[in-house]
Design a protein around this ligand. Sequence first.
Ligand SMILES: [Zn+2]
Ligand SMILES: [Zn+2]
Length: 283
Amino acid sequence: MTLFQAASSAYEQRLRRAEYLAGEHAFAAEVLKFFSEITKFQKSLYARIAAANPATAAHGGRPSPPIREAFDAALVLPHFRAFLSTVERYAPAPLAESARQMAAQPSDTWIAQLAEYWSGSASVQTAFGDGEAEAVAQFFPRAFLQPYAEFLAEQIPTPTLLETAKLCPLCGGQPFLGVLRREGDGGKRFLVCNFCAQEWEFRRLLCPNCGEDHERKLPIYVAEQFPHVRVEACETCKSYLPAIDLTKDGNAIPLVDDLAALPLTLWAHEHDFVRRHANLLGT
Ligand SMILES: [Zn+2]
Ligand SMILES: [Zn+2]
Protein backbone atom coordinates (compact mmCIF):
# COMPACT_ATOMS: atom_id res chain seq x y z
CA MET A 1 0.00 0.00 0.00
CA THR A 2 1.36 3.44 -0.86
CA LEU A 3 1.43 6.28 1.62
CA PHE A 4 -1.35 7.97 -0.28
CA GLN A 5 -3.65 4.94 -0.19
CA ALA A 6 -3.02 4.57 3.54
CA ALA A 7 -4.01 8.17 4.18
CA SER A 8 -7.02 7.94 1.93
CA SER A 9 -8.24 4.94 3.90
CA ALA A 10 -7.60 6.87 7.14
CA TYR A 11 -10.14 9.46 5.96
CA GLU A 12 -12.52 6.67 4.98
CA GLN A 13 -12.21 5.21 8.47
CA ARG A 14 -13.09 8.57 10.01
CA LEU A 15 -16.15 8.85 7.77
CA ARG A 16 -17.38 5.35 8.61
CA ARG A 17 -16.83 5.87 12.31
CA ALA A 18 -18.67 9.21 12.25
CA GLU A 19 -21.64 7.57 10.56
CA TYR A 20 -21.68 4.75 13.10
CA LEU A 21 -21.44 7.05 16.13
CA ALA A 22 -24.11 9.38 14.75
CA GLY A 23 -26.46 6.39 14.68
CA GLU A 24 -25.54 5.43 18.26
CA HIS A 25 -25.67 8.86 19.88
CA ALA A 26 -28.45 11.12 18.63
CA PHE A 27 -27.13 14.10 20.64
CA ALA A 28 -23.89 14.02 18.61
CA ALA A 29 -25.47 13.39 15.21
CA GLU A 30 -25.44 17.02 14.08
CA VAL A 31 -21.80 17.57 15.05
CA LEU A 32 -20.77 14.32 13.36
CA LYS A 33 -22.69 15.11 10.19
CA PHE A 34 -20.86 18.40 9.86
CA PHE A 35 -17.56 16.68 10.68
CA SER A 36 -18.24 14.17 7.88
CA GLU A 37 -18.71 16.91 5.31
CA ILE A 38 -15.46 18.57 6.43
CA THR A 39 -13.71 15.19 6.28
CA LYS A 40 -14.90 14.59 2.72
CA PHE A 41 -13.46 17.95 1.73
CA GLN A 42 -10.20 17.17 3.55
CA LYS A 43 -9.93 13.81 1.84
CA SER A 44 -10.13 15.35 -1.61
CA LEU A 45 -7.74 18.18 -0.68
CA TYR A 46 -5.27 15.62 0.67
CA ALA A 47 -5.38 13.77 -2.64
CA ARG A 48 -4.67 16.99 -4.56
CA ILE A 49 -1.76 17.93 -2.29
CA ALA A 50 -0.30 14.43 -2.54
CA ALA A 51 -0.56 14.57 -6.32
CA ALA A 52 1.01 18.03 -6.58
CA ASN A 53 3.59 18.11 -3.83
CA PRO A 54 7.21 17.54 -4.81
CA ALA A 55 7.97 16.11 -1.37
CA THR A 56 6.11 12.87 -2.16
CA ALA A 57 7.87 9.57 -1.82
CA ALA A 58 8.12 9.34 -5.62
CA HIS A 59 10.67 12.15 -5.46
CA GLY A 60 12.31 10.61 -2.39
CA GLY A 61 15.80 11.08 -1.15
CA ARG A 62 15.52 14.82 -0.67
CA PRO A 63 15.20 15.94 2.96
CA SER A 64 11.93 17.79 3.61
CA PRO A 65 12.11 21.23 5.23
CA PRO A 66 10.66 21.54 8.75
CA ILE A 67 6.86 21.54 8.47
CA ARG A 68 6.41 25.09 9.74
CA GLU A 69 8.75 26.39 7.05
CA ALA A 70 7.13 24.43 4.25
CA PHE A 71 3.95 26.47 3.76
CA ASP A 72 3.18 27.08 0.11
CA ALA A 73 0.04 29.22 -0.14
CA ALA A 74 -0.19 28.73 -3.90
CA LEU A 75 -0.62 24.99 -3.41
CA VAL A 76 -3.77 25.23 -1.30
CA LEU A 77 -5.27 28.66 -2.00
CA PRO A 78 -7.16 27.59 -5.16
CA HIS A 79 -9.23 25.27 -2.94
CA PHE A 80 -10.11 27.69 -0.16
CA ARG A 81 -13.28 29.02 -1.78
CA ALA A 82 -14.66 25.49 -2.17
CA PHE A 83 -13.87 24.90 1.49
CA LEU A 84 -15.79 28.03 2.53
CA SER A 85 -18.74 26.85 0.43
CA THR A 86 -18.73 23.50 2.23
CA VAL A 87 -18.78 25.24 5.60
CA GLU A 88 -21.48 27.65 4.49
CA ARG A 89 -23.63 24.77 3.36
CA TYR A 90 -23.26 22.36 6.28
CA ALA A 91 -22.11 24.29 9.38
CA PRO A 92 -24.30 25.53 12.23
CA ALA A 93 -25.64 29.02 11.52
CA PRO A 94 -22.98 31.20 13.23
CA LEU A 95 -20.11 29.37 11.57
CA ALA A 96 -21.89 29.40 8.21
CA GLU A 97 -22.23 33.17 8.55
CA SER A 98 -18.49 33.49 9.27
CA ALA A 99 -17.81 31.47 6.12
CA ARG A 100 -20.00 33.85 4.11
CA GLN A 101 -18.13 36.86 5.49
CA MET A 102 -14.77 35.27 4.83
CA ALA A 103 -15.75 34.43 1.26
CA ALA A 104 -16.27 38.16 0.64
CA GLN A 105 -12.74 39.03 1.76
CA PRO A 106 -9.85 39.42 -0.68
CA SER A 107 -7.51 36.47 -1.08
CA ASP A 108 -4.67 38.45 0.52
CA THR A 109 -6.62 38.32 3.78
CA TRP A 110 -7.06 34.56 3.41
CA ILE A 111 -3.35 34.09 2.80
CA ALA A 112 -2.45 36.21 5.82
CA GLN A 113 -4.75 34.21 8.11
CA LEU A 114 -3.64 30.84 6.79
CA ALA A 115 0.04 31.77 7.03
CA GLU A 116 -0.39 33.10 10.56
CA TYR A 117 -2.03 29.90 11.71
CA TRP A 118 0.58 27.80 9.98
CA SER A 119 3.47 29.65 11.62
CA GLY A 120 1.94 29.00 15.03
CA SER A 121 2.10 32.68 15.94
CA ALA A 122 -1.66 33.26 16.15
CA SER A 123 -2.15 34.87 19.55
CA VAL A 124 -5.13 32.68 20.47
CA GLN A 125 -2.85 29.67 20.41
CA THR A 126 -1.13 30.79 23.56
CA ALA A 127 -4.17 31.98 25.49
CA PHE A 128 -4.56 29.75 28.53
CA GLY A 129 -7.70 27.91 29.32
CA ASP A 130 -10.05 28.90 26.57
CA GLY A 131 -10.02 25.95 24.28
CA GLU A 132 -13.46 26.78 22.89
CA ALA A 133 -12.57 30.33 21.87
CA GLU A 134 -9.46 28.86 20.31
CA ALA A 135 -11.53 26.33 18.37
CA VAL A 136 -13.81 29.02 16.96
CA ALA A 137 -10.99 31.42 16.09
CA GLN A 138 -8.92 28.72 14.45
CA PHE A 139 -11.60 26.62 12.85
CA PHE A 140 -11.10 27.85 9.28
CA PRO A 141 -7.31 27.58 8.97
CA ARG A 142 -7.18 24.45 11.12
CA ALA A 143 -9.81 22.46 9.25
CA PHE A 144 -8.58 23.64 5.87
CA LEU A 145 -4.85 23.12 6.45
CA GLN A 146 -5.00 19.89 8.44
CA PRO A 147 -4.69 17.63 5.35
CA TYR A 148 -1.65 19.65 4.25
CA ALA A 149 -0.03 19.35 7.70
CA GLU A 150 -0.92 15.65 7.90
CA PHE A 151 0.58 15.04 4.49
CA LEU A 152 3.87 16.78 5.34
CA ALA A 153 4.10 15.12 8.76
CA GLU A 154 3.67 11.70 7.18
CA GLN A 155 6.75 12.28 5.03
CA ILE A 156 8.96 12.64 8.12
CA PRO A 157 10.38 9.47 9.66
CA THR A 158 9.17 9.14 13.27
CA PRO A 159 11.92 10.43 15.54
CA THR A 160 12.95 8.56 18.65
CA LEU A 161 12.28 10.74 21.62
CA LEU A 162 11.74 11.11 25.32
CA GLU A 163 8.34 10.19 26.69
CA THR A 164 8.06 13.64 28.17
CA ALA A 165 7.86 15.85 25.05
CA LYS A 166 4.97 18.24 25.66
CA LEU A 167 4.90 19.43 22.04
CA CYS A 168 4.60 17.45 18.83
CA PRO A 169 8.09 16.30 17.81
CA LEU A 170 7.19 16.68 14.12
CA CYS A 171 5.76 20.20 14.03
CA GLY A 172 5.81 21.73 17.52
CA GLY A 173 2.00 21.63 17.76
CA GLN A 174 0.04 21.27 21.01
CA PRO A 175 -1.52 18.01 22.24
CA PHE A 176 -5.32 18.10 22.34
CA LEU A 177 -6.17 14.43 22.82
CA GLY A 178 -4.74 11.26 24.32
CA VAL A 179 -4.85 7.71 22.99
CA LEU A 180 -4.20 4.45 24.84
CA ARG A 181 -3.03 1.54 22.74
CA ARG A 182 -2.42 -2.01 23.80
CA GLU A 183 1.22 -2.90 23.85
CA GLY A 184 2.44 -6.18 25.31
CA ASP A 185 0.55 -6.82 28.55
CA GLY A 186 -0.40 -3.21 29.17
CA GLY A 187 -1.30 -0.03 27.38
CA LYS A 188 0.83 2.82 26.14
CA ARG A 189 -0.26 6.43 26.11
CA PHE A 190 0.12 8.70 23.13
CA LEU A 191 -0.75 12.35 22.58
CA VAL A 192 -2.34 13.64 19.36
CA CYS A 193 -1.12 16.88 17.77
CA ASN A 194 -3.73 19.60 17.12
CA PHE A 195 -1.86 20.76 13.99
CA CYS A 196 -0.66 17.69 12.08
CA ALA A 197 -2.85 15.04 13.79
CA GLN A 198 0.10 12.70 14.36
CA GLU A 199 0.69 10.87 17.65
CA TRP A 200 3.71 10.67 19.91
CA GLU A 201 4.31 8.45 22.90
CA PHE A 202 3.95 10.09 26.30
CA ARG A 203 4.42 8.89 29.85
CA ARG A 204 1.18 7.63 31.41
CA LEU A 205 1.35 9.44 34.70
CA LEU A 206 2.35 12.94 33.72
CA CYS A 207 0.28 16.07 33.10
CA PRO A 208 1.28 17.37 29.65
CA ASN A 209 0.29 20.85 30.72
CA CYS A 210 2.07 21.46 34.04
CA GLY A 211 4.27 18.40 34.52
CA GLU A 212 2.48 17.07 37.64
CA ASP A 213 3.39 13.41 38.12
CA HIS A 214 1.83 12.38 41.44
CA GLU A 215 -0.79 9.72 40.81
CA ARG A 216 -3.21 11.10 43.41
CA LYS A 217 -3.20 14.50 41.65
CA LEU A 218 -4.08 12.93 38.28
CA PRO A 219 -7.60 11.50 38.58
CA ILE A 220 -9.24 9.68 35.69
CA TYR A 221 -12.98 9.76 35.03
CA VAL A 222 -14.99 7.49 32.77
CA ALA A 223 -18.69 7.86 31.92
CA GLU A 224 -20.86 4.75 31.77
CA GLN A 225 -22.08 5.79 28.32
CA PHE A 226 -18.54 5.94 26.89
CA PRO A 227 -16.44 3.30 28.66
CA HIS A 228 -13.60 3.80 26.18
CA VAL A 229 -13.34 7.57 26.61
CA ARG A 230 -11.56 8.96 29.66
CA VAL A 231 -11.17 12.38 31.14
CA GLU A 232 -7.56 12.52 32.29
CA ALA A 233 -7.55 15.43 34.69
CA CYS A 234 -4.93 17.28 36.70
CA GLU A 235 -5.86 18.70 40.12
CA THR A 236 -2.77 20.88 40.13
CA CYS A 237 -3.44 22.98 37.02
CA LYS A 238 -7.15 22.08 36.65
CA SER A 239 -6.68 21.11 33.02
CA TYR A 240 -7.88 17.90 31.43
CA LEU A 241 -7.22 15.92 28.32
CA PRO A 242 -9.76 13.48 26.93
CA ALA A 243 -8.24 10.12 25.98
CA ILE A 244 -9.59 7.40 23.73
CA ASP A 245 -8.85 3.98 25.20
CA LEU A 246 -8.33 1.62 22.28
CA THR A 247 -7.70 -1.26 24.67
CA LYS A 248 -11.42 -0.99 25.56
CA ASP A 249 -12.73 -0.41 22.03
CA GLY A 250 -10.45 -1.30 19.18
CA ASN A 251 -12.90 0.13 16.62
CA ALA A 252 -12.68 3.65 17.97
CA ILE A 253 -11.10 6.33 15.80
CA PRO A 254 -9.69 8.89 18.27
CA LEU A 255 -10.39 12.05 16.24
CA VAL A 256 -14.01 11.02 15.79
CA ASP A 257 -14.87 9.43 19.13
CA ASP A 258 -13.58 12.55 20.87
CA LEU A 259 -16.17 14.65 19.00
CA ALA A 260 -19.02 12.42 20.11
CA ALA A 261 -18.18 12.32 23.81
CA LEU A 262 -20.14 15.48 24.62
CA PRO A 263 -21.35 14.34 28.07
CA LEU A 264 -17.74 14.10 29.25
CA THR A 265 -17.11 17.69 28.19
CA LEU A 266 -20.12 18.85 30.19
CA TRP A 267 -18.98 16.82 33.16
CA ALA A 268 -15.47 18.27 33.04
CA HIS A 269 -16.84 21.82 32.84
CA GLU A 270 -19.10 21.22 35.82
CA HIS A 271 -16.06 20.16 37.78
CA ASP A 272 -14.04 23.19 36.66
CA PHE A 273 -11.55 21.31 34.55
CA VAL A 274 -10.47 23.14 31.42
CA ARG A 275 -9.44 21.58 28.16
CA ARG A 276 -6.43 23.61 27.10
CA HIS A 277 -6.68 22.76 23.41
CA ALA A 278 -9.99 21.98 21.83
CA ASN A 279 -10.84 19.56 19.06
CA LEU A 280 -11.66 20.84 15.60
CA LEU A 281 -15.29 21.63 16.38
CA GLY A 282 -14.81 22.80 19.97
CA THR A 283 -17.02 20.04 21.41
ZN1 LIG B 1 2.30 17.90 14.87
ZN1 LIG C 1 -1.39 19.81 35.30
